[in-house]
Design a protein around this ligand. Structure first.
Ligand code: NAG
Ligand code: NAG
Length: 85
């Protein structure tokens, strides 16, 4: 996207609770949206990407994100957070 905003600076989630990291995008052209994770002392790892098709995008380690054009959002979710997330 041309710009992305993560409105929450920090998110604290209990072990086993649902996790959501919000992301809004802004773009006037075709959308390619990516979520990456970076664990301590490691490089960026791709979790998932949206290019076209099904708006609910499954990713690694139980993460998923839903492309919502009506909200210009692509929030990352996981039903049950694990400490290592
Ligand atoms: C946007 O669309 C999604 C999926 O269709 C729906 O679940 C959500 O309620 C909609 N949001 C608004 C603000 O209408
Ligand atoms: C960001 O996404 C939320 C839905 O989670 C939506 O209600 C809101 O309008 C969006 N904000 C902006 C600035 O696009």
């Amino acid at each position: 996207a041309q710009s992305v905003t993560q409105p929450d600076v920090h998110v604290t989630v209990s072990e086993g609770a649902p996790l959501e990291l919000r992301c809004n995008y802004s773009s006037s052209v075709s959308l390619y949206l990516f979520w990456y994770v970076r664990y301590p002392n490691q490089g960026l790892q791709l979790l998932l990407k949206y290019t076209s098709g099904n708006s609910l995008v499954p990713g690694m380690k139980g993460f998923k994100a839903e492309f919502r054009k009506n909200e210009t959002s692509f929030h990352l979710k996981k039903p049950s957070a694990h400490w290592s997330d």
